[in-house]
Design a protein around this ligand. Sequence first.
Ligand code: PEP
Ligand code: MN
Length: 341
Amino acid sequence: MIIVLKVGRSEPEIQQVVDAVKQFGYEPRLIRGVERTVVACIGDERNHHTLESLIVLPQVESVTPVQKKYKLVSREYQPQNSVLDVCGLKIGGETFHVVAGPCSVESQEQTLETAKAVKSYGGTLLRGGAFKPRTSPYDFQGLGRDGLELLRQARAATGLPIVTEVMSPQDVDMVAEVADVLQIGARNAQNVPLLAAVAASGKTILLKRGISSYIEEWLLAAEYICVHGNNKIILCERGIRTFEHACRNTLDVSAVAVAKKETHLPVFVDPSHAAGRYDMVVPLARAAVAAGADGLLIEVHPNPAVALSDGGQQLKPKQFGQLMAEIRPLVEAMGRRMADS
Ligand code: PEP
Ligand code: MN
């Protein structure tokens, strides 16, 4: 922390700051300028009392952190990319992975048909929500436990690992029985008890960015999972709330680049929820690949017109096939390869 004092402060006032800094366990170093005095505080903010509260002292102009709040997820802590193993798939390595499937698991036929289509076009993991965090309580809330059973059947039929959302700590064990990857949705991105509970499951976690989370908050949510003993985390940018409403959300391409620079974790992009409309999914997917994403999450439904959730943004299987064909040259240009090549 760097504490800048206001101009023309007396020695006792300077000493009061120095004493407070020492009291909190930091070593103060005084830098006396012509007009101002600065106190550089040596010590790790992550295991000391925060000095930010010293801003209330009348002689203090500013208190500025010089240290990042996250550690375990940072590239400083681990310079090389984390490559996660999910049922033998290597995520975050050379291979680019596409997770695809319906927004909601609706029926056996819909789930199996989608799973087979996803596999046939080169998707490597199946997504589908059994527990749905809907904005309105009157909307379809998911099939719950029955939905998990349909996902289990889809994995048995196709061999695709399952990515599915868990919304509450008490459901983690039940969902983890079927899921290979537990998804934390945007609405739960800072739900600390849930982050701790999914960490304890030992499963890989796909962590969506909160709808209005700073990148720092998203990385700190990942840090919570790490602190609770699980470093198998895939970050997923899914669009943020901005003033623009031509699309459902605004895909923050910068977040992909920043997250790749700041952390060693794999970064995926979900252009479906960012766009909220099927005709924007392919261009946003292309942007994601070009920005350096390690994978995509795409909503696919055999008949989006009758989907029980997010119908407007889901791709038909053939459109998903086109997306896969369109991203292939970009994936290769980025020095990666598609799972089937
Ligand atoms: C989803 O993946 O279906 C979903 C609800 O996503 P998000 O949490 O990003 O809104
Ligand atoms: Mn959805």
